[in-house]
Design a protein around this ligand. Structure first.
Ligand code: HEM
Length: 344
């Protein structure tokens, strides 16, 4: 049901600009007003969210680790520096591996009940990692390529990217690999939620909606490029003049462009308030961005009430040694005379 609601909602979103531009001729509203408001909401929302997270105090080290921590005796154990970093530079490498290679997802495992042998089996599951990488990198490449619509002069690296992405040279206009891969990645991520009953059970509208929305954006883009063959020069002229705060919407742009732009605007409106904020949040996650050095450095909680003195275990044992001994609890130091008594 959640998937269906999201799909219907995205269909409704497609209809709005089709009616708004096709019937009501609200080209300026859909071409300029909505996208610029969406951009402002996105920027303000993103900054507010990041600021809110950044000012939260993190008094303790709480990294989630997945390997040997820095040992006291390096001859006995070898530290797993990238999964259990203990210094700043090691943590930077861990973060880079996480952000660029999705390292924690690479370690993903699937649990299965082996009914025949009556055992629970854990197996490595790399599909999620693979399709997540495909989707995210394709998205990034597509957005980077779109910069040619916003910049009067296209920088050289963008031209190389565009050349590399279209190197397969299939059809006219040349097919971009990222267009195919983003759809493959998205369809896998959606299929995984629909097919696996466990994941379907925990999936909410908030999980399906962004997937359908981004599929809608990609499909409308593909339609514009390969089928409607929209007037990219006119669109670029409009977008570049917008960046110079000149508002003009040329006539004759295919309606599919307004659908594309409206879906992108919806994504921008939605982004700061959704789980998609993991884009910024990953950098502020204390389970990832802190070195695990609690056994090396003493971290004092800055909120500790200074009038309350710390009470060490040794002092605690001093206070309660006799009753603890009587109760038979293990002690670091026996009460006076207890050793002689035990020997006698
Ligand atoms: C989240 C952001 C966006 C995504 C994921 C996206 C996705 C896509 C995709 C997959 C295509 C197919 C062709 C290609 O890959 O170049 C496309 C084409 C296109 N997009 Fe977007 N788009 C986004 C934002 C925008 C924005 C803000 C604009 C408008 C200014 C825009 C205008 C266009 C145009 C004009 C085309 C046709 C390009 C051509 O014919 O070569 N897109 N988009």
């Amino acid at each position: 049901m959640n998937a269906l609601y999201s799909l219907v909602f995205v269909f409704a979103l497609v209809l709005i600009p089709l009616i708004g531009v096709g019937a009501a001729k609200l080209n300026v509203f859909f071409g300029i007003c909505i996208p610029s408001t969406a951009l402002l909401v996105f920027l303000a929302g993103f900054v507010c969210k990041i600021y809110g997270w950044a000012k939260r105090p993190v008094p303790f080290r709480i990294p989630t680790t997945g390997g040997q921590q820095e040992p006291y005796d390096t001859t006995l154990f070898t530290q797993n520096k990238w999964d259990n970093p203990s210094t700043g530079p090691q943590t930077v490498v861990r973060m880079l591996l996480e952000v660029l290679c999705f390292r924690s997802l690479f370690r993903n495992t699937a649990v299965k009940l082996d009914v025949k042998n009556n055992v629970v089996a854990y197996a490595s599951a790399k599909w999620l990692w693979l399709f997540a990488i495909l989707f995210h990198y394709s998205f990034f490449i597509i957005v980077a390529r779109h910069m040619r619509l916003f910049l009067a002069k296209v920088p050289m690296p963008l031209e190389w990217l565009e050349f590399g992405d279209g190197i397969m040279q299939i059809g006219i206009p040349r097919m971009y690999m990222s267009d195919v891969l983003i759809l493959v990645g998205l369809l896998f991520l959606l299929g995984r939620r629909l097919v696996d009953p466990k994941i379907r059970y925990i999936s909410l509208v908030n999980d399906y909606f962004p997937l359908f929305l981004i599929i809608g954006i990609a499909l409308s883009g593909v339609y514009m490029r390969y089928f409607a063959k929209v007037d990219v020069i006119a669109i670029k002229d409009m977008v570049v003049s917008l960046t110079q705060l000149k508002f003009k919407v040329p006539a004759g742009i295919d309606n599919s462009f307004y659908v594309h732009l409206f879906l992108v605007s919806t994504l921008l409106f939605y982004f700061p308030f959704s789980k998609l904020m993991h884009l910024g949040g990953v950098f502020l996650s204390p389970t990832r961005n802190l070195p695990n050095d609690t056994r090396i450095r003493h971290h004092e909680n800055p909120w500790n009430d200074k009038s309350i003195m710390p009470h060490s275990y040794a002092a605690y044992e001093d206070d309660f040694r006799a009753p603890m001994f009587e109760a038979g609890l293990p002690l670091e130091k026996l009460p006076e005379g207890a050793e002689e008594e035990a020997k006698a």
